[in-house]
Design a protein around this ligand. Sequence first.
Ligand code: SF4
Length: 429
Amino acid sequence: LLREHGYEVAGGVLYFAASRERVPVNFDDALIEQTHAAITGLRALAQAALPPEPLTESPKCPRCSLVGICQPDEIAFLRHQSGELRPPYVADPHALPLHVQTPRAYLRKEGDCMVVEVEREKIMEARLADVSQVVVYGGGGMTTPLLHELLNRGIPVTWLSYGGWLMGHTVGAGHHNVEVRTDQYRASFDPEKCLALARGLVAAKIRNCRTLLRRNWRGSEPEVPPDLLLSLKEDSRHAERATSLATLLGVEGSAAARYFANFGRLLKADELGAFAFAERNRRPPRDPVNALLSFAYSMLTREWLVVLSAVGLDAYRGFYHQQRFARPALALDLMEPFRPLIADSVVITAINNGELGAADFVRAAGGCALTDRGRRAFIAAFERRMATEVIHPLFGYAASYRRLLEVQARLLIRWLAGEIPEYPNFTTR
Ligand code: SF4
């Protein structure tokens, strides 16, 4: 550039700040040619539809800010089923969801903080840097400056009815990488790809249900009846071999019937019999355990909605769940293996640890719902579960469930782009 403007430039100096070294560089023809080639290569890379191949076992990766998106070790492992996996160097984000469930709560921005007021009285404040998402129940609201700040920072806001029903989701202008969604839409019209993904999700869910029964059994027999475990194992195998989505739905239904017929035997009986569980029912749930299960599933759906919009996928275009207006089909698809591991597990823990009692529920119009206190206790139990670290069964490193959802969503993107042969489902032993 300087030469083009008439200057004579024979060389330059590279200065290394850390070691305070100066290295003279000669601008000869070979270096100029090499620089032009590098610039052309970078421009081609920036315009390509696919990102460049991740490096293999590079010492640069662990400290790279893109390692959580690029997943170099995971991709290499899934392609070759070998290689050493280094623990994810992107630490779990310290920011947490803020749940606002007080009726008539109003949120506003104050400097770098978010203030929650009820009838103009400040009841709490949180640093915006410590908030990963805002969840507003019932009639809460917020000021426009706060909403703008949240959108600028990429913090999503989820709006729920007072009973926890998902009403909507406010996010910024959307993810810029449209290739991710193009791959998703293309695959969603391919019946073979839909079936391949759905088979894996349902089989993984059944295996995780089986594990949950084994881990939490409190029935009259000392252990889970072997024929029940065997039947669920068979269900999982049938799911893997299903020849159509309709067959798969049937397999999933019979496995769910077996699982929920025994779910009550995982729960500690309380004196008032509040947590007796006979069957799964919903819309509305008619007893406390069903109220908790429904609430836990809606919280898990919300978590997946947040993750999917953060990675650039369309939560409303799924592969297994049929498209229906306002139904987050992809969130429902991907949460299948996590229903037992996160939602059902929180319900079991909250009941068996005595965090909830009969007084934490109200019954009206044939339905059953949590009281304010009960919901607060359950949300705390759910957040604890999301922060629990587990060992990834394939990759062998520890990560919280919240981080694992993102790992799985990014692996789905790689599978949709054809970069890995199969989508690896998450199952525990
Ligand atoms: S993690 Fe960073 S350094 Fe490693 S391959 Fe990906 S982009 Fe390159």
